[in-house]
Design a protein. Sequence first.
Length: 481
Amino acid sequence: MTTTKNGGRAVGAAAAAAEPARDAAAASNAVFNRTIVVVIIGSVMSVLDMTIVNVALRRLSEAFHAPLETIQWAASAYTLALAAVIPTAAWAMARIGAKRTYLTALVLFTLGSLLAAAAWDAGSLIAFRAVQGLGGGLLMPVGMTMVMRAADRERLGRAMALSGLPVIIGPVIGPTLGGWLVDTASWRWIFLVNLPMGVLALALAAKLLRPDAPRTDGGPAPRLDVPGLLMLSPGLAVLLFGLARGGETGGFSAAGVLGPTVAGAVLVAGFVRRALTAREPLLDLRLLRDRTFAAGIGTLALFTCGYFGSMLLAPMYWQQVHGMDAKTAGLLGAPVGLAVGTAMQFAARRVDRMSPRRLIPAGIALGALGMALSAFQVGVEDVAAWRVVGSAMVMGVGSGMVLMPTMTTASRGLPNDRMAAAGTALSINAQVWASVGTALISVLLGSAGADPAGFRLAYAAAAALLALALIPAALLPGRRP
């Protein structure tokens, strides 16, 4: 009888001890679910805006009676403002907290959308797009940081997969929605469509996001690294401007291209030197001493360079070689977006249970193969559209196996208080190398000629860049998480 009583007490004690753990797990899961809902809505708004505006540039040129080269600054202003503000994300989260920083980003983006819809000439549109860019530049790194902080390390891949859902929605819906709005309503609606989503995201963020302390370690809020900011933010903006101009003009020898590119590179190099020696740098580059994070950054740099650099090729190929209109060319890109997003959902979850060194290099190899197949197909005269799209979908599946799984792997082992710096570094890495890839592929295509032979060479170069990512990927962890 005594033994039975003692056994009953032990079982009861064990159950009582397990109850707080279950409550803590349930509370953690609720925080994660609320965070991911808010981040997905904000990301969808941002991705849709970029894809919608790109298909409306010609209509904006007609509406404002301005040259297309001037209206393209509406896209450039967004990108440059985005590049300038991203470096402040980690400091802002440490200073005022991630929730307040995210709310600020949503306000700036939504306000910029409203102002852009009310633009009266090309100059005002460009200025208001810069306001949008200030908000958009904070949405990605802050959202990524909140997701990484809220997720259990064992389920970080699943969390990153969910936060990657906008990658599916944007390329599929954006061009079609943008074309429909421009054709049936007005160019103003490509910006007004952001308002209901922005208001919804603001309301949900204010209600659902958990208030967070500016610092997780209880220490004083950091001072802004003003010298670092004055080097990195303008350095990134000027560098990206120079790369974009080089891609547009087909070379880097002109003073208006070479000057900004070199000046931006010098400023960024100066920031790197400062960041490795300053006590409280704007961005903690000591993260690169972590082998896994450094390998992830290197893998993403090369893969992003080839992947995003190749994105300009398909629309140009369909329009210049096959004479299709922009809307049809955009629709032919939708299956590739679906392939990327779908593969990402499976692979980002799979990396929670298998060796990154097996999954990610396999994706790189598949992506490079698909890009090489695309190079072969576009060089064939009168090739069937399904063959080109099919090759691109193979590349898309490989890309989905690489992008989010590599981000997950790079950040999984970092402590919570370094997640903000990691999210900011990953965002800057993506912006810089996407611009480098776009410039390189643009210059290569411009020098080779926008004919089947030129497109074949450009796709082959993109395939080589993807394949080079296998080198740093070999340093990723060989064990399961």
